[in-house]
Design a protein around this ligand. Structure first.
Ligand code: ARG
Length: 463
């Protein structure tokens, strides 16, 4: 046999151009799949031996060789080479160097097309598990802060204008809900990731009497891809993951934005832990919220990965096309960015301290209990639209007097409606306002505590 550079060079009369070699190689980044490539090869080889497609002796040699390659890779002693293009051919080449002909039999009944799809799915499955663990950790921190501050009053906003009082705990639990949906979505995404492509070979399946179910079970897949053309060309699973990751980043970016606002002296609602802030090289007084700002910015990278993968797949004819090699870098980057952002947010949320006085002062500045006064009038028999009108006039008067509605004396309030009595005082306080919203999903401290307890249960039950 002639000396070949690539396992496929036999067909060519000329060696591939150096430039093209570099352009087409993916080993620089797909080395990251090495562990999963080895796992998949092992399961494949064992099935081949069980089916007597290769001999027991060959299997033993392959197992020995792959174990050695695994050790070399772990120890950083693997000589990755551009000539061998990608992670798959690098490992195969090393295996052949170690065990000879047995190594050359490993690729029987498979192609790099089903091989790479399998590796990426195995890898992503592990990463989804890691992301879901990070989400649960962040959620626990949110729930802990929410329980601690279940009764702490702050302004709730619409249009970034003070709207109605809420509790800090209630506000934080809104994020718990978002992240809990994300965790659920990722679990559903994982089910679709966890399907075995191997056996599809290049695109049409293989003439060998393979046992795909056996390989699937060995690798922990929940099923086998039902169509070989789809198996090698589908990247929905990567797109779907990036969509889930994008939503997590949307949620993180919303919380990030709030932390940036709240940490600003104009709001002064929270103090961020110093270990999570940075200073300025020129302004000695600065304590900047760079961490939430970066997370806000990094959300763009993850959305970018999603759009990159959608664009990559759009209009691709069946089955495998080399375009698909471009799936890895956006996917890897999305995973890294997401994990980094979640990890850093866990510490940020755990260490942030609300400033009760600033929150309360802001509630008392925005006529936050105007709706409560209108509701009070309704309970006294005034139709809601009239009540709304009456309170609107009270608010204008309060503005003219430069005071909050809740600070107006009873006599002044009664000038607008005789239905207002001394008992209106209680509904005008922020504490009275939040306490009155005492239903499932409401901001009453008792409801927030109950919601936090339910949240803890969901986290404990959720796998
Ligand atoms: N490195 C390739 C990829 O990531 C592996 C599959 C190559 N297949 C092929 N027919 N050239 O997609």
């Amino acid at each position: 046999m002639s000396k070949k550079v690539q396992p496929w060079s036999g067909r060519f009369g000329q060696p591939v151009a150096e430039l093209v070699k570099r352009f087409t190689a993916s080993v620089g980044f797909d080395r990251r799949l090495a562990r999963h490539d080895l796992d998949a090869s092992l399961a494949h080889a064992r099935m081949l031996a069980e089916r007597a497609i290769i001999s027991r002796k060959d299997l033993a040699a392959i197992e020995r060789g792959l174990a050695r390659v695994r050790r070399e890779i772990r120890a950083g002693r693997m000589a990755w080479s551009l000539d061998a293009e990608d992670v798959h051919l690098n490992i195969e080449r090393r295996l052949i160097a170690l065990v000879g002909d047995a190594g050359k039999r490993l690729h029987t009944a498979r192609s790099r097309n089903d091989q790479v799809a399998t590796d990426v799915r195995l890898w992503l499955r592990d990463e989804i598990d890691a992301v879901r663990r990070l989400l649960a950790k962040l959620e626990r921190r949110l729930v802990a802060q929410a329980s601690r501050h279940a009764a702490l009053v702050m302004p709730g906003f619409t249009h970034l204008q003070v709207a109605q009082p809420v509790t800090f705990g209630h506000h934080l639990l809104a994020y718990f809900e978002m992240f809990e949906r994300d965790r659920e979505r990722l679990a559903e995404c994982r089910r679709r990731v966890n399907v075995l492509p191997l056996g599809a070979a290049a695109l049409a399946g293989t003439g060998f009497r393979i046992d795909r179910g056996r390989v699937a079970r060995a690798l922990g897949f929940e099923g086998v891809a039902a169509n070989s053309l789809d198996a090698v060309s589908d990247r929905d699973f990567a797109i779907e993951f990036c969509a889930c990751a994008s939503l997590v980043m949307v949620h993180l970016s919303r919380l990030a934005e709030e932390l940036v606002l709240w940490a600003s002296p104009r709001f002064g609602f929270v103090r961020l832990p110093e270990r999570y802030c940075t200073g300025s090289s020129i302004m000695p007084q600065k304590k900047n919220p760079d961490v939430p700002e970066l997370v806000r910015g990094k959300s763009g990278r993850v959305f970018g990965s999603l759009v990159a993968l959608l664009t990559l797949m759009k209009a691709q004819p069946l089955a495998y096309n080399r375009d698909n090699q471009e799936d890895k870098e956006p996917l890897f980057d999305a995973v890294d960015t997401l994990k980094g952002s979640l990890a850093v947010f866990e510490g940020l949320v755990a260490g942030m301290k609300p400033v009760a006085a600033a929150m309360r002062a802001a509630v008392l500045e925005g006529h936050a209990t105007a709706t409560d006064l209108a509701d009070y009038l309704v309970r006294k028999g005034v139709p809601f639209r009239d009540a709304h009108e009456i309170v609107a006039r009270v608010v204008r008067a309060a503005d003219r007097a430069g005071r909050d509605l809740a600070a107006l004396p009873l006599a002044t309030l009664r000038r607008f409606s005789r239905a207002i009595g001394a008992d209106a005082r209680r509904v005008l306080t922020p504490e009275g306002s939040v306490a009155s919203r005492d239903h499932v999903g409401g901001t009453a401290p008792a409801q927030v505590r109950a919601a936090a307890a339910r949240a803890r249960k969901r986290l404990a039950a959720g796998s």
